[in-house]
Ligand binder design. Structure first.
Ligand code: MN
Length: 419
């Protein structure tokens, strides 16, 4: 599919993250004002959807879609309205649109806007579905022979995370305190994490509720869109707490998502198959069409006051399980899923070292620190470091970008129990 031409010139640039082909959904407010509302990114502007609905330019449902500063109301309307809205937005912003003069005053410069959480997160589940990541971490934690747990090739392993600490790009991330246990000591100590890390992931957003087991095809249909997701992880807390129930406080501090929901419709041209299966999956998890996406991913790290270095480059197609398979597995027990549920893909790592999506892997547990462009080295994150995830699918003369997913590491509190 070629670039769709817009009357807004900045949207037609081949390296613009937000051409007419994309139309991602976010929530914004004007600089210095506290009036968050739904908007669509186009070129270097945001179309104010609340204003467009009030002006009668958007009228795709009997219900008002943009009274609240979240996209959940649109998701609740279902796929016919999702498609009608996308078609109407495309019409309004396409080259030659008769509505251009009416729409132009509703565009806000993106550079002057503040971006907020694009949707209300109902619940958050994180998976462990990247084979290279699971193999690397398993090798470090349990040795090469037991790297992949025996269940790993049969189901996407996950844990129930916290919706309460999902934050939007730009939010500062406070280094957590927790129980750390060194092999040299009998007792753990309560200290700030010394091995604070990132995880490069994609987040899938459930747009249709379900109550009971659903198939992989149904799960794919129920996904509304995707964001970039950084599952901040305190490795020293994790190593001590994780057996037998999995991560808990190590990953409860914060999860950062990118501010724009890139819809499944925008990603349609970039679908790819999951990798070949080493063992046959049980019927209810079998692949039924290409359900991963060819999305180029990168991670940059900028020490405070210094330029950013690229520390990883990989691709979402490296995952072993698709988000649809993860969602289908999540429902097998009868677990109801809600509109606004967020599913983290698991860390995305490619097969070679520069493609690893976490510092734990890049520095091999701290044994092989990486060198940044500034000459500094890193095994784990230092205070003041800004971590940014980048993602874009590459089309024919255009890209479908996600916008940055960034967070700066703030120093631990001096005493977290001091009131
Ligand atoms: Mn994770």
């Amino acid at each position: 599919m070629p670039l769709k031409q817009s009357w807004l010139a900045t949207a037609n640039s081949p390296d613009c993250a937000f051409p007419l082909n994309n139309l991602p959904y976010g929530v914004f407010s004007d600089a210095g004002e506290d009036d968050p509302r739904c908007g669509v990114a186009i070129g270097d502007r945001i179309l104010d959807c609340r204003a467009a609905e009030a002006a009668g330019l958007i009228d795709v449902s009997d219900a008002a879609l943009f009274e609240l500063p979240f996209w959940n109301d649109l998701m609740e309307e279902g796929p016919a309205v999702w498609a009608a809205l996308r078609a109407r937005l495309t019409e309004l912003l396409a080259d030659g649109a008769p509505e251009q003069a009416a729409v132009e005053p509703l565009l806000v410069p993106m550079a002057e806007a503040t971006l907020h959480m694009p949707f209300m997160v109902s619940e958050y589940t994180d998976f462990y579905a990247g084979r290279n990541h699971a193999t690397n971490v398993g090798t470090m934690f349990r040795g090469a022979e037991n790297a992949l747990p025996p269940n790993w090739l049969h189901m996407p392993i996950g844990y129930n995370g916290r919706a309460s600490s999902v934050v939007v790009s730009g939010t500062g991330i406070r280094r957590p305190w927790g129980q750390l246990k060194s092999p040299d000591h009998d007792r753990p100590a309560f200290l700030p994490s010394r091995r604070f890390d990132l995880e490069l992931e994609m987040g899938a957003i459930v747009g249709i509720a379900s109550d009971g087991p659903i198939t992989v095809a149904e799960a794919d249909a129920n996904i509304f869109g995707y964001v970039l997701l950084n599952d901040w992880s305190a490795r020293d807390i994790q190593a001590w707490e994780y057996q037998p129930l999995g991560p808990f406080q190590a990953k409860a501090t914060a999860t950062t998502i990118s501010p724009w929901i890139v819809t499944k419709a925008a990603l349609e041209p970039f679908r790819v198959d999951t990798p070949p299966r080493e063992v046959e999956l049980l019927d209810h998890l079998k692949d039924c069409g290409p359900m991963l996406y060819d999305i180029e991913l990168a991670v940059t790290l900028a020490p405070e006051g210094k330029p950013a270095s690229v520390i990883s480059r990989t691709n979402y197609r490296e995952m072993y399980y698709s988000s649809a398979q993860q969602l289908a597995h999540h429902t097998t027990s009868g677990c109801p899923m809600n509109v606004g549920d967020l599913l983290g893909s698991g860390t995305i790592s490619g097969p070679t070292k520069p493609e690893r999506g976490a510092l734990l892997e890049l520095s091999w547990g701290g044994k092989e620190p990486i060198t940044l462009d500034s000459g500094e080295t890193r095994s784990f994150l230092e205070d003041g470091d800004t971590l940014t995830l980048h993602g874009a699918a590459r089309g024919d003369g255009y890209i479908v970008g996600f916008g940055p997913c960034a967070g700066q590491v703030l120093p631990a509190l001096k005493d977290p129990y001091k009131r």
